[in-house]
Structures are given as C-alpha cells and as structure tokens.
Ligand binder design. Sequence first.
Ligand SMILES: [Ca+2]
Length: 353
Amino acid sequence: MNIQSAGNEQVNTFTLVVSSETTRQLPRVKDSQFLNLFAKRRFYVTCCAKRNKLDSTLINPWYFTGFTDAEGCFLISIRKNNNLKIGWNVALRFKISLHVKDKTLLEHIKNYLGVGRLYKHGPQSIEFCVLNPKDLSIVISHFDNYPLHSKKRADYELFKQALFLILNKEHLTEQGLRKILGIKASLNLGLPESLQTAFPEIAPIERPSFCFKEEIKDPYWLAGFTEGDGSFGVKISKSSSVKTGRSVYLQFDLVQHNRDELLLKNILDYFNCGSVYKHSSDNARVFKVTKFSDITEKIIQFFHKYPLLGEKSKDFKDFCQVAELMKTKAHLSEQGLNQIIKIKGGYDYKKKI
Ligand SMILES: [Ca+2]
C-alpha cells in the first residue's frame, strides 16, 4: 500500500502504527495511548475497507459492544513451555465463536476492528480471534470507548490488566507471571487443576465489581445484544377456544444468566413492555414479550429501525411475515394457519441446519 499517496497528517501517524518496528518498541502503555492507537487504526480500517469492498460502517460501534456482551469471550492461557526462560507461555485471546452460517457477520466485525483472524472451528462453527497483544490493544480501545453493559465487563477489566502486563513485558518475569496467574484465577472458570498444582500459593485477585445501573442509551447496543442472545419465536399451541383448535402467538425473548437480571430489567424499561421471568434453567432469567400490540408496535418497529445483520435477521423476517398475517386475523382460519405453519416450518428447519 502506498501510504504516502494520500499525503496528509493522518497518513503520517498511520505510518507509525503499521510499522512493526515502531510498535514493537512501544513504551509503557497508558490508557491515553490506547485511544491514540485506536484513532490511528480506525483510519487503517477505512483504507482496508475500500480495498476489501466490505462496508466498514456496517458495524456500529455500539452494535459490536452489544454483540460482544452476548457472544464475546476474553481468555488468558498459561502453558508450560521449556523453551522460554520463565518456563511458561502466556497468551491472551479475544474471541467470538459462531455457527458457520454467520461467517459474513464475523468478517464484518474483523473488518470493523481491522485486526484479528477467522478460524474454522469444527464442521459447524467458525471463530473470530484476536491474539496479538498490539492488536488486542485496538480491541481494548474499542471497549474503553463503548463499554460492555453485562457482567462480562469484569472479565474485560481483568483481561485488560493482563494485557497491560504483557505489553510491558512483565509476563517474562516471575513476579509478572504470578500477577497474571492471580488475574486468570479470577477470570471465567479460574485456574485449571494443572496450574493450581504448579502454583498452589496463587490466590485470585479481587474481581472488579461492576453493575450496569444506567439506562440503555444506545439502540445499536440492543440490536447487537439481540443478534447474539435474542430470539424471535412463532408459537403454536393446542387450544379448544379457537375454531382451528390451535392458537398462534409471537414471542420475543432474551435469556441471560441471573447475574444479569438487572440488565434485562433495563431492557424491559427501554422497550417499555414485556416482563422478566425466572427461566426454566435455575440460574437464568428471561425477558419476554408476547403481547401482540407490543410485538408489532414496539419490537418489530425497533428492529426495522436498528436491523440485525446476521442469520437471525432471517428469523426476524419470518416473524414479521407471521405478524402481518395475524394483523388480518389470518391465523384464525385453517388456510392462514397452514400458511403460518409453513413459514414456521422453514423457520424451525433453518434453525436445525
Ligand atoms: Ca450469551
């Protein structure tokens, strides 16, 4: 790429970022430097988007945060490696795993960030991963600017602490390694048995306390979160009170671990409809909307305005089609009901493959 051709100041700073020599010699990294790196990288993303013909504006920053709240994962791996002086290799990873059908969505996310790679992960799944610490600093800048809303934020804060240590090369020292082990002990499932045996004295560091108390301010966050964890259901159940013997209703829901019950209540407030229930699985909660007028006037309207971008948009399309039929009371006739069953059939079939 001819960096000089655009000939402006921004381009010059861009040169600094892509030069691996310069970035390799990064001094001690502070928050403000992350921001700086991110601004430069956004410029890089724009250049790449033109080259790849992928629309870099397709992914709204808040959509990406919402989607990560639902599907993203922050991991620290520490493995024995006798080739290293310290004897242990420390690696960080930000990842999103999806069904292969959503490969394009992951490509858009990769394009939005301008870092990371897609990996095939079994026959049905594909993974977007960012591994390189300097690339991970781009991911960190994103989430510092567009913070996570769910309790995943605590994992993110821990991950960020580990990244700071790695960027400062502290993971190559005994003391730094121990600090990262303490962070890992507090992250996700904690330390695996092998690390507990090798480092019996390591105690988990205190988990950052985080509770999202504010209102949901950005609709794109909600679109991204729904893309990951929401579902649009067409339900048909036996009923003696209708002529056809079967009643039809639509259900929009979002299921979360009970630690994020407050977040679901914030979503309820945002949509101004639905209820939060205990889910059939003990440690989960569900935000559910079934009232037809709420579905058509609030939920459907919202997702028309802030569209889903992945495979789930097809479910939403079917959901809207059924809603249109229901508006004309078609679901009360045998013929209309069959039409809905046909749409739902395709819908369930698509879910299975
Ligand atoms: Ca999830």
